[in-house]
Design a protein around this ligand. Structure first.
Ligand code: ATP
Ligand code: SF4
Ligand code: MG
Length: 352
């Protein structure tokens, strides 16, 4: 059995085994925050890859390190109190953490775009959306005001904002939450990035609008063949749009799998708990399962498996030995590409 230790500096092998470098590869990333009370270890050896045209969903409870990992990729972290003591962030094979500030800025400014949860605080309230969308083209491509406005309308059309030409001079507060989030998507698309990181892009929206915005994002991602990292704590939204999932707990990846396999046969008790806590239409009125206890204090992560105080399957070894990310296989040892689990008892979990 192959064991991949996600606590060591050894990079995880690539799932595709191809010769070309993946679009983005995060290797053994660690992030810590130096606070008054001590060092908070928010990210503790994360490995993941995203290829062009692929959607990776990153899932986990609040505080598991999903956003901090994204912020490290975007380069909005490597200043106090945040620190990246270890790890690599490879964009097309080149480590962004080792590049000159200028080279990094070029990649982060045009090749990678980020969409945040809260469009209202990301848009400038005193400028029209047309001006803000057009600014990208004026600044980066030197277009005239008129040309930039035409581009802004084109983008608004692309993200399906009705009557774009009539609304280009409206201010952010004049749009609904869903429409504002479409404007954020348009902003991200403007420079035709290779990778989009969407951090809870629909969480602030009504449920019906959530699905529409998610569908739009998925459609554009396919059309432009971009990589997409979709951060969410909602397993329900990812089933239709993601190719693969990485589940995070206490700053580590605890399970990775192609999306449909994860739903069918989770190989980690934490993932099982997350799946059991999704509301299901056929179980209306029944009490919803909730994982007992709370995520750990990052100043004092439990020894052994960080999930052990909450895990219904925990045994003695779980309190002393940190589980590596095991390659998960079929019962007869047959390969299950892309499947890994950081549970000592993954076999029992997946094969019963
Ligand atoms: N600037 C900071 N200073 C200190 N601690 C921080 C800082 N930023 C983030 N953290 C800590 O890092 C941990 C991981 O945070 P992160 O935002 O990545 O969680 P998340 O998985 O995105 O959660 P959520 O689902 O709530 O967005 C949290 O415990 C958070 O308190
Ligand atoms: S290693 Fe132990 S505590 Fe951790 S998830 Fe597996 S059974 Fe639970
Ligand atoms: Mg977050």
């Amino acid at each position: 059995m192959t064991i991949i230790d996600n606590t060591s500096a050894v990079p995880a092998p690539r799932a595709d085994d191809g010769n070309s470098a993946p679009l983005l590869e995060v290797r053994d990333l660690h992030v810590e925050f130096h606070t008054r009370d001590g060092v908070a270890r928010a990210v503790n050896g994360v490995n993941y890859t995203v290829d062009a045209g692929e959607t990776l969903a990153v899932l986990g409870e609040s505080g598991s390190g999903k956003s901090v990992t994204a912020q490290a990729i975007m380069g909005i972290l490597d200043m106090p109190p945040g620190r990246i003591p270890q790890g690599e962030i490879l964009f097309r094979g080149q480590d962004m953490l080792k590049m000159s500030a200028e080279d990094r800025r070029k990649i982060r400014g045009s090749k990678i775009a980020m969409i945040f949860q809260d469009a209202l605080s990301s848009l400038n309230p005193v400028l029209t959306v047309g001006y803000q969308l057009g600014e990208m083209f004026r600044v980066h491509e030197g277009l005239s005001k008129k040309e930039a406005k035409a581009k802004a309308i084109e983008l608004m059309d692309q993200v399906k904002i009705p009557a774009a030409a009539a609304r280009v001079n409206d201010y952010p507060h004049q749009f609904s939450g869903g429409m504002r989030q479409r404007i954020m998507i348009a902003m991200a698309l403007a420079l035709e990035p290779d990778l989009i990181i969407a951090d809870e892009p629909t969480t602030a929206l009504d449920v019906t609008v959530q699905a529409q915005v998610m569908d739009l994002l998925a459609e554009l991602q396919r059309e432009y063949h971009m990589g997409l990292i979709l951060i969410t704590h909602d397993l329900g939204v990812v089933a239709d749009v993601a190719d693969k999932i990485a589940v995070m707990y206490a700053g580590r990846i605890v399970e990775t799998a192609p999306v449909h396999e994860l739903y069918k046969r989770p190989a980690h008790p934490y993932t099982r708990g997350l799946l059991d806590s999704i509301p299901r239409l056929d179980q209306k009125g029944q009490e919803l399962y909730a994982i007992q206890g709370l995520p750990p204090n990052l100043l004092k992560i439990p020894t052994g498996c960080a999930f052990n105080p909450r895990c219904p399957k925990a045994q003695d070894i779980c309190r002393t030995d940190t589980p590596p990310l095991y390659d998960v296989t079929e019962r007869d040892g047959g390969a299950l590409p892309g499947r890994r689990s950081a549970c000592h008892f993954w076999k029992e979990q997946i094969h019963g």
